[in-house]
Design a protein around this ligand. Structure first.
Ligand code: ADP
Ligand code: ADP
Length: 228
């Protein structure tokens, strides 16, 4: 389960400017749908609506047939794992940020996830079992490192629904390729919404949507869209 349906979704942040003008698509349970399109097209807005950071102006979004507006954000957090573009970390240890002490995760599981996200070495250098804190007064992480913490967290949580919003955009090409492989592993058999700038990063998606001027302008497999 975890099927997602956007039904004629309209949305605007400001009343005088429509961002989404009737967006309809489905992500069948276990499938991967990617949304690409120019910057400012409203791609990230889709994930914010699914997660209920905002609610639709009209239309509806359903998970397994249930309108997300009847579900609390806390409940959505349990079924949706999100790797956002910009990760904000808790002012706590890296291990905690990955999930140690949360949702019953063991130290071994945290280490395994950290390894897949390529921050294991980084964690291991921290003194006395991850006492070092990240945040204002603690260790500073680069954008790419923060993104890897978010990826590790998602790998560990392995929720039925994944949102990858430019999940690897802050990484260098080499790291991106390797982490993409880990993400492909978790997204297999999971309902996954991928948001990406480049078509080249979403080759394996079951369907790709091109969002333009607030509507789905094109849709198809990677090869179909490459031919356009
Ligand atoms: P994309 O992910 O495709 O780059 P976004 O969904 O982030 O696009 O944004 C779509 C449009 O909505 C952009 O023009 C952006 O400036 C605007 N926007 C995004 N967030 C807000 C906000 N909180 N308030 C007002 N406008 C916003
Ligand atoms: P990126 O360009 O990948 O985002 P940064 O330039 O932000 O990387 O950081 C590079 C390295 O410097 C990282 O390993 C990060 O942990 C470290 N770093 C960044 N800011 C600080 C800081 N204020 N104090 C100590 N180390 C920092």
């Amino acid at each position: 389960d975890g099927a997602i349906a956007f039904k004629d979704v309209h949305f605007s942040y400001d009343p005088d400017r429509q961002i989404l003008k009737g967006v309809t698509f489905e992500v069948p349970a276990g499938k991967t749908v990617a949304v690409v399109g120019p910057s400012g097209a409203g791609k990230s807005t889709l994930s914010r609506l699914l997660y209920r950071f905002y609610d639709v102006t009209s239309g509806s979004i359903e998970i397994d047939g249930q309108d997300v507006r009847s579900v609390t954000q806390a409940s959505l957090r349990k079924v949706i794992g999100m790797v956002p573009q910009d990760t904000v970390l808790f002012n706590d240890t890296i291990a905690y940020n990955i999930g140690y002490g949360q949702f019953g995760a063991s130290r071994e599981q945290v280490e395994e996830a950290a390894e897949s996200a390529q921050i294991a070495g980084f964690i291991a250098t921290l003194p006395k079992g991850y006492e070092t804190e990240v945040g204002e007064r603690g260790l500073k992480l680069s954008g790419g490192e923060k993104q890897r913490v978010a990826i590790a967290r998602t790998l560990l949580k392995a929720p039925p629904i994944l949102i990858l919003d430019e999940a690897t955009s802050a990484l260098d090409t080499h790291t991106e390729r390797e982490i993409q492989a880990s993400l492909d592993d978790v997204s297999k058999n999971r309902t996954t919404l991928v948001i990406a700038h480049r078509l080249s990063t979403v080759v394996g998606a079951d369907e790709i949507l091109v969002l333009k001027d607030g509507v789905v302008a094109e849709r198809g497999k990677h090869a179909d869209l490459m031919a356009l």
